[in-house]
Structures are given as structure tokens and as C-alpha cells.
Design a protein around this ligand. Structure first.
Ligand code: MRU
Length: 350
């Protein structure tokens, strides 16, 4: 029997516990966040990462801020400052903003109550966001599995698995659902430089569940696809603009171009909370620039000569026309475009 998927985060004893993903796969250790500042730092330093997981963490960060305000007797006036700090912890994934907006709406509704009542209401909302995320991912999996042929060999990038969410995952959720249907799959896992989310996290998830997988360097993708070894590419998303342009881990765009060149499907799996209709197209998506030391250092060792300039954008944007379908909890959107996305968000479940 394969082990239970690793639990990314949970709320216990008035604290948020985050699986410290920086230590994986070597060590399973949870970091206890007791203050909103702990949560902001954990998101920035990627103790927790992945669009849905950072949104859920931020929601619990609001609970911690409200609790602290209640204890200090300072009322809830300082809460907006905490929410702003959480919102700016990482700029690209819209799920962070989405979860915080939800918490703000709940705060507004609970506003007349005592501090304790407000904290309870916020804790309930954060837990609901967490619980709903797992259900959402299972629906994404069920819809997406229909696109996966038996015998497929699939290339994925970064980690859009249980570790990037409250559980089950988006892109890996589709893979899990297809495997659960009895399909025989083989997964190629891009290592995902510079932080190796593929090698450290996706490989771990697949190995634990005994889903056949092979780890490759990022630069291997063209070779593999051109050799006919990949039937389709599936990845997650951090923000999808109104026209379908999609931001995801740096290197995703390269895979989409390769997929088009070699006429294989390129799929995005993401919850509707990743869709940002306020942005006309991908040009409006803010791309996080991380410390160049993540590129010039590896495991604490310098791997580039001192003085070399290095650039470290964490995401890129894949234009909608390269995306075969976006898989959401509300169904599949083939050849995504402005009208299709709007329709998806305004209509109920399909
Ligand atoms: O920098 P990260 O590790 O947070 O980047 C994560 C990704 O790019 C994922 O593909 C994306 O957040 C989707 S997770 C379901």
C-alpha cells in the first residue's frame, strides 16, 4: 500500500503548521507559525510554496493576526496592515490575493462581534478554504483524467501536487485520478532549476505513490519530446489572465512552444481561483524576481564565478494560443479564450 500523501499544512493549537518544503526530500519537519510575521516569512522563503498552498497559509495568517490583536486589546484596526504584508509576500500567484479577499469579506461580516467571535469566524473561513481546496483538486482530477489516454507518457514541470495545495494537487491530481482509473502512465519530471521543485517534491510524491516516473534535467525536454517520448505536457498555474495567458514556473513557456512544435497537447490544471479576469492578458502579470544567489549557489556552494551577473525570474507566461485546454473544477476549457474563461467563471458547475 502506498503511504498517505504528505500533509502540506494544518491548523492545530492556535498555530499554523507548515511542512518545511526547503528540507524535502531529506527531512520531514513541520514549522510552527505562531504569528502573522512567521507566515509572511514562510511564504517569502518558500517553506510553503505553490499557488493554492500560499493562499491557504495567508488565510491562516489573518487568523493569527486577529488573535494577536485580540490578545493585545488593540482591536482589529491593525489587521489591514497584516493583510497587506501577507498580500505582498509573493507577487505572481493570484490565489494569495483571492484567499485574502475571502478573509476580508468574512471579516466585514463578522465585524460587529467580539474579538473572540471574529477570530472564530476567521478560523472557520480559513479552514473552509483549506477543505474546499482538496475537493476542488479532486474535481480537477476527475475532469482532467478524461484527457489522459491509457499508456500516456507525461511531462510535468515544477510541483503542482499535494505539496503545492492542501492535498491531491492540480496537475498531479489529474495524474492521480487517471492512475486511479487504472491507466498505465509514465511521468517525466523536470528537475525545475533553480529550486528543484520537480526533483525534490514531484519526484517524492510520485515515488511515494509508486507512480512510474523518471527525473530529467530541464534542458532534456526538447530531446525527449522530439524523440516522441512524451504524449502530453501538463502543469499547474499561478495566474491566468482574462484571455487565457498563463503564468507558471519559469520554463513552462519553453515546454508549451516545444509541445506546439511537436504537435502534442499542452494542458494547464488549475482551480478557478487562479483565474484573474482583472488582467486583460499576460502582459499585466507581475513576475517575481528572486535572489540571483539561487542561481549562482547550489546547496550553499558557489557554482558560478564571483562577480557574474545572474537573473532569476521565478515564473514565465505562456500565451493562450499555445494551451490546448485549461482543466478546472468546473470542467475543461478547450482552446481557452476570453469568452470561454468569462463563461466558466460566471456559470455554475458544468
Ligand atoms: O515558486 P513555486 O514553487 O511556488 O511555484 C509553483 C508553481 O509554479 C506551480 O506550478 C503553481 O503554483 C501551481 S501549484 C498547484
Amino acid at each position: 500500500m502506498s503511504p498517505e500523501p504528505l500533509q502540506t499544512l494544518y491548523w492545530e493549537d492556535d498555530s499554523l503548521f507548515l511542512l518545511d518544503q526547503r528540507l524535502l526530500p531529506g527531512e520531514i519537519r513541520y514549522l510552527q507559525c505562531c504569528t502573522v510575521a512567521d507566515v509572511v516569512t514562510a511564504i517569502k522563503e518558500m517553506v510553503v510554496r505553490g499557488a493554492p498552498a500560499i493562499g491557504i497559509s495567508a488565510a491562516f495568517g489573518v487568523v493569527l493576526a486577529a488573535k494577536a490583536a485580540g490578545t493585545a486589546g488593540s482591536g482589529l484596526s491593525g489587521l489591514q496592515e497584516a493583510i497587506t504584508a501577507l498580500r505582498s509576500a509573493r507577487p505572481t500567484a493570484v490565489n494569495l490575493d483571492w484567499a485574502l479577499r475571502r478573509m476580508e469579506r468574512r471579516l466585514e461580516h463578522a465585524a460587529g462581534g467580539t474579538c473572540e467571535e471574529v477570530v472564530d469566524a476567521l478560523a472557520e473561513e480559513a479552514q473552509a478554504i483549506l477543505d474546499e481546496d482538496i475537493l476542488t483538486n479532486r474535481k480537477i482530477g476527475a475532469h482532467g483524467a478524461a484527457l489522459i489516454p491509457d499508456g500516456a507518457s507525461i511531462l510535468t514541470h515544477c510541483n503542482a501536487g499535494a505539496l503545492a495545495t492542501a492535498g491531491y494537487g492540480t496537475a498531479l491530481g489529474v495524474i492521480r485520478a487517471a492512475v486511479a482509473q487504472g491507466k498505465q502512465l509514465h511521468i517525466y519530471v523536470d528537475e525545475t532549476r533553480p529550486l528543484l521543485q520537480g526533483a525534490r517534491l514531484t519526484a517524492l510524491e510520485l515515488l511515494r505513490e509508486e507512480i512510474p516516473a523518471t527525473l530529467v534535467t530541464d534542458s532534456c525536454a526538447g530531446y525527449l519530446i522530439s524523440a516522441g517520448k512524451v504524449s502530453l505536457v501538463i502543469v499547474g498555474a499561478d495566474r491566468i489572465a482574462a484571455n487565457g495567458d498563463t503564468a507558471n514556473k519559469i520554463g513552462t513557456y519553453t515546454l508549451a512552444v516545444l509541445a506546439q512544435r511537436h504537435e502534442i497537447p499542452f494542458y494547464i490544471a488549475a482551480p478557478c481561483s487562479t483565474i484573474d479576469l482583472s488582467l486583460e492578458d499576460g502582459r499585466g502579470i507581475v513576475i517575481e524576481e528572486r535572489d540571483p544567489a539561487e542561481v549562482t549557489m547550489f546547496n550553499g556552494q558557489k557554482i558560478a564565478p564571483a562577480g557574474i551577473d545572474a537573473l532569476n525570474p521565478a515564473f514565465d507566461v505562456t500565451p493562450a494560443e499555445l494551451i490546448s485546454a485549461i482543466i478546472t473544477e468546473r470542467g475543461l476549457l478547450q482552446r481557452p479564450d476570453r469568452a470561454g474563461l468569462k463563461n466558466l467563471l460566471t456559470k455554475g458547475e458544468r
